[in-house]
Write a new protein. Structure first.
Length: 72
């Protein structure tokens, strides 16, 4: 089972940009996520094809089950 924390941001050109974090510490602390997203925006270190990150849009944990089959 693979989990990722997906941080969603609005960009200066009205698009959505995402940053994903593998294996987030659970349970996810919503206040810490909000604070961290604010710090990411304030640091202004990420630029996307849609411009700079301007606001936090949302966050979610994605839980994915993967089953590998040996074919050789």
């Amino acid at each position: 089972m693979a989990k990722t924390l997906e941080l969603q941001f609005d960009t200066e050109f009205g698009k959505t940009a995402k940053i994903t974090i593998d294996n987030p510490k659970e349970p996810v602390d919503e206040n810490l996520v909000k604070l961290s997203m604010g710090q990411i925006i304030a640091a202004n270190i990420f630029t996307t094809g849609s411009g700079k990150l301007v606001s936090a849009k949302g966050a979610r944990v994605i839980d994915r089950n993967v089953t590998d089959y040996e074919l050789a």
